[in-house]
Structure formats: structure tokens, C-alpha cells
Design a binder for this molecule. Structure first.
Ligand SMILES: Cc1cc2nc3c(=O)[nH]c(=O)nc-3n(C[C@H](O)[C@H](O)[C@H](O)COP(=O)(O)OP(=O)(O)OC[C@H]3O[C@@H](n4cnc5c(N)ncnc54)[C@H](O)[C@@H]3O)c2cc1C
Length: 625
């Protein structure tokens, strides 16, 4: 029987479902209408594009586009080679975390994400028909962003693409997206990567000084380098069904364990924009994937589920079905000479806890500032190794949490099954046991052993080196992230004086985009100072305050992770040393050929009041040479 709606080919743990074979325009989903894009052939000399692009990105999925925008923030042009001629077809990522939204804000696409996405803060779990657990993600009025929004991946990619178009309108050719362009071969050389591609008008070759492999779970680049993902290819299978249903149920995550209408299984339900609802249910052992995806079986399951939750009277229709397998796998290294891996090309993650794209956005955010500096020749290539080390460490934290969720959602053995049954049946009466059901939604990961972090002081509170700076409220309409919309490192003097001008000058030689901000109690209030371990500081003088605190100074990386933190005002040389370490430069190394004299003029020295000015000269995008 032919399916009347788009049906994915089942993928595997590494890929997720694969889109239908290319053909006609994918049908609209809710208010979303697909566009097919075309790209002209570039000018060629004997089949080769002249010059060397600073960065070529294989794959224009969400991670590839996020990386391109991140590089653009740092003034580096890129070419994105995308096999398809449109954005993601079908149901994939839906839940985007607060941390990802912070990254998306730096990329410039936050307003569109927030305008369309559905914010939510928690969910509930049922055992058979009883509600046994409610969870709430940390959220209060001081937060700028919701802990999670639901937004379909085609919108995510569409909004990133719109931002790319906006950037290109301002700076033509900043991000050169080449649609219907498949990478078919690559070779690495001392100073570049040579790529062979084909598009409808023919094949050609191009060079990139660096290649970012963002070509997804089936990564051609990964396979062509003879690399494979390692880890747990867990066998749990989930049917993914998206339906259009005009329900007024609020946006929250609902999970039913062993429901009478689908005994022995787990069912999840999420609201997405445009009245699209995602229903996932676990296939039992021996249950045929093919049978489960038959339209009649899908219709029968959905109606049974809606009847059971009291929404069976509402009209609905299916817009997408596929099967997903859980798995947690990674490449052992994300750097292979001039090739860097990110997103699903680098790792596969179970969907529970929503760490797939969310961790891909973190990859892009981590890689963009490092690759940009290395491409510009103003930082050591050790930065790229630190990208690999930090993000692989983050993978292991994410994978452990995701696998624990997965084992609970779809127990891999009879033992796990019994454990889960016991937890579920006791959870109604025992709060501690109920916590076992917590879905452990994704959170920002600390780079605990980062080589970029410096030895730091103990503070009463505040993020540790390697942690993300929390987005504290600084005033009625002001948050810390407002100060961090800059491509450079940020020095944050909290309740203390900033480092002296000679020290800042030394730092500006290492990072021309460095900015300095001073947070005073009279501007920000005591809670923000307390949260940063600087409560009680007197501010202007830096003298010890009532509680004994002398203020604190933080050095923040462009991805808003803490590189170092100190108590009070800094001794000369400490900041420059920490910055050199965070840039993988020898402490004495200055890259003067990249600095304009204006960068160091007194006019660019830091303001000593709360401000968000960036202390740098603007740089034109790095061109293909
Ligand atoms: C059912 C489901 C639900 C999910 N839910 C969530 C969620 O709620 N939250 C979350 O964070 N994640 C979720 N994920 C995971 C998320 O979809 C992926 O992690 C995300 O798509 C990874 O993005 P990417 O850019 O790395 O790879 P992809 O999205 O796969 O993009 C790769 C791109 O590379 C292109 N490409 C491939 N080969 C070539 C080639 N040879 N040449 C040129 N281009 C090429 C492809 O056409 C594609 O556009 C979910 C996944 C599934 C399947």
C-alpha cells in the first residue's frame, strides 16, 4: 500500500531517519512551505575553482549553517556545500534548549526562533494511566530565555538560512551556500584540502584551507577518511509520527509508560508550532518496523492513543512517519589534520534528553571562534585540538545522561525492565524514586579539563573555569548575555576595578576584539554580584566589602565559557597570560601583523563603567586567497 504522506526510510543510530528520495517538492507542513534553491556554477579554470577558500563546510544542515554564521561573526568567509536543494524534509529536531538559544542569539536568528517556537518548562509522566511524576526545568523571572522551545527542524534551518541571506545582503559572498552540490572526493595537502564536487550543471574541484565536515550521520567525509563512530549502537526502535491536530493542550512533554492502549511500550507526545504534534512510541521486540509504518497501522495507533487521552474526537491527519534507533557513538577525534568534524558527522546521540542538534549547536559555537582565529593566523592550531578534546568530553557527559534516559525509556534487557517497573509502580508514593523518571533534559556542559582554562581562585559562588557564564539579570531589561554579543574575549570586572590599561593593551594585541565590562553593585544589584562570587564588594575601590569579598574578575571566551576567574583586582600580567593560554599562544607571542595601529590607540581603551563597547578595530572578512 502506498503511503499518502512522506515516509522516511529507516536510518540507523548514526543517521536518524533519512528523507524520502528526492523528487517533487516536499508537501507543506502546517504553515511551512518548502522552497527549492539553485546555485550557479562558479568560474572555473580547467575544472578547478581558482584560489583557496578560508573554510569549506561540507553539509548545510543546521550545524553547517550555524558554523557558517559563527565564522561570519568572526569575519571569516565560508563556502557551504549542500547535497540537497532545500531545508530538512521531515520530522527531526523539535526541542531547542536555552543554551542553544543563547548560541542562536549570537548567530542573529533568535527573534525568529522565539517568534515561532513554543516555549515550555516541564512535563509529566504516567505509569499506565496514573500520573507519577512532574518535572520542571529551572526557570524564573530573572531568565531572559525559556529553558526549552519546540520548533521543527525545517523552521530552524529556514531561519538560519534567512540570517545567512541577511548577512550576504550586507556583505556579498560572506557565506556562499551551494545547493545541490555533493562532495564526492577529498584529499588533504600540507596547506589545503582539495574537494571534488558535483552539481546538476557538472563536476568541479575547489580548495579550502580548512574543511568542516557537517555532513550528518552518514557523513561522506567521515567515510572517505576511513573513520567510523565508536560507542553503543543501542537497538531500541521508536516510531516517530507527526500529526496535525488542533488540540489546546499546553506545550509540555508527556510520557506514558506501559499504557493500557499500548502495553509494554512507552509513548511520548510533544506539541510543535502550527498544531503539529509529535508522537513517538517504542516498538516491542520482534515487532516489524515495516508493519508499524503502514498507514493503516499508524492511523489505528494514533486514534487509539488520542481516544485514551480524551482527544479522539478531534480531527487529525498524519504529516510524517519514520523510525528512529537510539545510539550513543562518537569519533575518537574531531580533528584530522585540516578536517574538523561537527554535529551528527562527529557523533550520534539518542533522542531522549534532546542532545542531538543541541550538542551540534555547541560544536559549532566552540569551533567557530577557534577556526576563525586559526584561519586568520592569529592563534595556534592547538585551539583546534582543544575543540576536539572539549567537545568529545562533552559528548561523554551528554551520552551518559542520554543513555540513562534511553535505558529508562526503552529498557534494553529484562533486568532494566524489572527495575523500571519497580520505579514506576513506587514513584507515586516515593518522591526520591519518582526522580528516577526525570528525563534529564540537556544542559550546558562544563569543559572541566580544558587546556584553555587557567588556574583560578576559589570564590563563594559563580561559574568555574570551563563552565558557561549564566545569563544573569543585570537590570529591568538587561541581561549578561547583552554584553556578550561580541566576537572577542570578554573581561568582566565584578564589584572591582578592571585591569590597568597597560594590561589591556597587552591583551588587545592578542585579541583585538577583546572587550572589558565593569559590573558595579549600584548598576546591577547585589543578587548578580552574589551569583558571581563578588557579593559585599564595594565596587569602585575594590576594597574588601562587608562580607569580606573583594569582587571578582572573569575572563570569558567568545563561546561564553569561563577561561579563568580571580578574586578581586588582578596583578599585572595575569590576564594576558590567561588570554595567551586560552588562545594557545606562547605568553610572549603577539601577532602584530594583524593589528592596525588604531587598535591600540588610547581612544579604544576600556571604559571603566558598565558598558558594552567592543574595543577593537573592525576587520574585513577573510577572503579566498
Ligand atoms: C526523530 C528525531 C528527533 C530529534 N529530536 C531532536 C531534538 O528534539 N533536539 C535535538 O537537539 N536534536 C534532535 N534530533 C537530532 C537532530 O535532528 C540532529 O542532531 C541534527 O539534524 C544534526 O544536524 P547536522 O547539521 O549535524 O546534520 P544533518 O541535519 O543531518 O545535516 C547534514 C547535511 O549534510 C548534507 N550532506 C550529506 N552528505 C553530503 C555530501 N556528500 N555533500 C554535501 N552535503 C551533504 C545533508 O543533505 C544535510 O543537509 C532528532 C533527530 C531525529 C531523527
Amino acid at each position: 500500500m502506498t503511503s499518502p504522506f512522506p515516509t522516511a526510510r529507516p536510518g540507523d543510530a548514526g543517521t536518524g531517519p533519512l528523507p524520502p528520495v528526492a523528487g517533487d517538492m516536499p508537501p507543506s507542513v502546517g504553515a511551512f512551505h518548502y522552497t527549492r534553491y539553485t546555485s550557479p556554477m562558479p568560474a572555473l579554470v580547467h575544472g578547478v575553482e581558482p584560489g583557496v577558500h578560508p573554510v569549506v563546510i561540507a553539509g548545510g544542515g543546521p550545524v553547517g549553517m550555524a558554523l557558517a554564521l559563527g565564522l561570519a561573526n568572526h569575519g571569516v568567509r565560508s563556502v557551504v556545500l549542500e547535497l540537497d536543494d532545500t531545508v530538512c524534509v521531515g520530522s527531526r529536531a523539535a526541542c531547542i534548549s536555552r543554551r542553544s538559544l543563547e548560541i542562536v542569539e549570537r548567530l542573529g536568528a533568535l527573534p525568529a526562533f522565539l517568534a515561532k517556537g513554543l516555549p515550555w518548562t516541564g512535563g509529566r509522566s504516567y505509569y499506565k494511566t496514573d500520573e507519577v511524576f512532574r518535572f520542571a526545568m529551572p526557570h524564573d523571572d530573572t531568565q531572559k530565555l525559556p529553558p526549552m522551545i519546540n520548533l521543527e527542524q525545517y523552521y530552524i534551518e529556514h531561519y538560519l538560512l534567512q540570517e545567512i541571506e541577511r548577512r550576504n545582503a550586507a556583505t556579498p559572498g560572506l557565506i556562499d551556500v551551494r545547493w545541490s552540490t555533493e562532495v564526492t572526493a577529498l584529499t588533504q595537502h600540507d596547506d589545503h584540502v582539495m574537494l571534488s564536487v558535483r552539481q546538476p550543471a557538472g563536476a568541479y574541484q575547489l580548495r579550502g584551507a580548512w574543511l568542516a565536515a557537517c555532513d550528518g550521520g552518514q557523513s561522506f567525509v567521515r567515510k572517505s577518511l576511513g573513520l567510523s563512530l565508536e560507542g553503543t549502537a543501542y537497538e531500541g526502535r521508536y516510531v516517530i509520527i507527526d500529526i496535525e491536530l488542533h488540540s489546546s493542550h499546553p506545550t509540555e512533554r508527556r510520557a506514558w509508560f506501559d499504557p493500557p492502549w499500548n502495553p509494554g511500550s512507552t509513548v511520548l507526545m510533544h506539541r510543535q508550532p502550527d498544531d503539529i504534534w509529535r508522537i513517538d512510541y517504542q516498538l516491542r521486540e520482534g515487532q516489524s518496523t515495516e508493519d508499524a509504518l503502514q498507514p493503516a497501522a499508524v492511523a489505528e495507533f494514533v486514534q487509539r492513543h488520542l481516544d485514551a487521552i480524551g482527544e479522539g474526537h478531534l480531527p487529525w491527519h498524519t504529516v510524517w512517519t519514520s523510525v528512529y534507533r537510539a545510539g550513543a557513538m562518537t569519533l575518537p577525534s574531531y580533528r584530522h589534520d585540516r578536517v574538523l568534524f561537527a554535529g551528527n558527522a562527529a557523533h550520534a546521540m539518542p533522542i531522549f534528553g534532546v542532545r542531538g542538534l543541541n550538542s551540534g549547536f555547541d560544536d559549532a559555537d566552540n569551533l567557530a571562534w577557534k577556526l576563525a582565529r586559526v584561519a586568520r593566523g592569529v592563534a595556534g592550531t592547538g585551539l583546534l585540538d582543544s575543540y576536539s578534546g572539549e567537545r568529545i568530553a562533552a559528548f561523554h557527559v551528554n551520552a551518559e545522561n542520554a543513555m540513562r534516559s534511553t535505558e529508562f525509556m526503552s529498557p534494553p534487557s529484562r533486568g532494566f525492565d524489572l527495575l523500571r517497573e519497580a520505579a514506576l509502580s513506587l514513584s507515586g508514593r516515593h518522591r526520591d524514586i519518582a526522580n528516577l523518571i526525570n528525563p534529564r533534559q540537556t544542559q550546558a556542559v562544563r569543559y572541566a579539563a580544558s587546556p584553555l582554562s587557567s588556574d583560578s581562585d576559589a570564590l563563594a559562588a559563580g561559574p568555574l573555569p570551563g563552565e558557561v557564564m549564566p545569563n544573569l539579570k543585570l537590570g529591568p531589561d538587561r541581561h549578561l548575555s547583552d554584553l556578550l554579543q561580541t566576537p572577542g574575549f570578554v573581561v568582566l570586572a565584578v564589584g572591582t576595578e578592571p585591569p590597568g590599561s597597560a594590561e589591556i593593551e597587552a591583551c588587545l594585541r592578542q585579541d583585538p576584539h577583546l572587550s572589558v565590562h565593569v559590573l558595579r553593585r549600584e548598576d546591577t544589584g547585589e543578587p548578580a554580584l552574589a551569583a558571581l562570587g563578588a557579593a559585599g564588594a564595594t565596587g569602585a575601590s575594590g576594597a574588601t566589602g562587608a562580607s569580606g569579598a573583594t569582587g571578582a574578575t572573569y575572563l570569558l571566551r567568545p563561546d561564553s565559557h569561563v577561561a579563568a576567574r580571580w578574586s578581586g583586582r588582578l596583578a599585572d600580567g595575569v590576564l594576558a597570560q590567561a588570554l595567551a593560554r586560552a588562545l594557545c599562544l606562547p605568553a610572549s607571542t603577539l601577532p602584530p601583523e594583524r593589528l592596525s595601529p588604531a587598535t591600540l590607540s588610547p581612544a579604544t581603551l576600556p571604559p571603566t563603567t558598565l558598558s558594552s563597547s567592543t574595543l577593537s578595530s573592525s576587520t574585513s572578512p577573510l577572503e579566498a586567497s
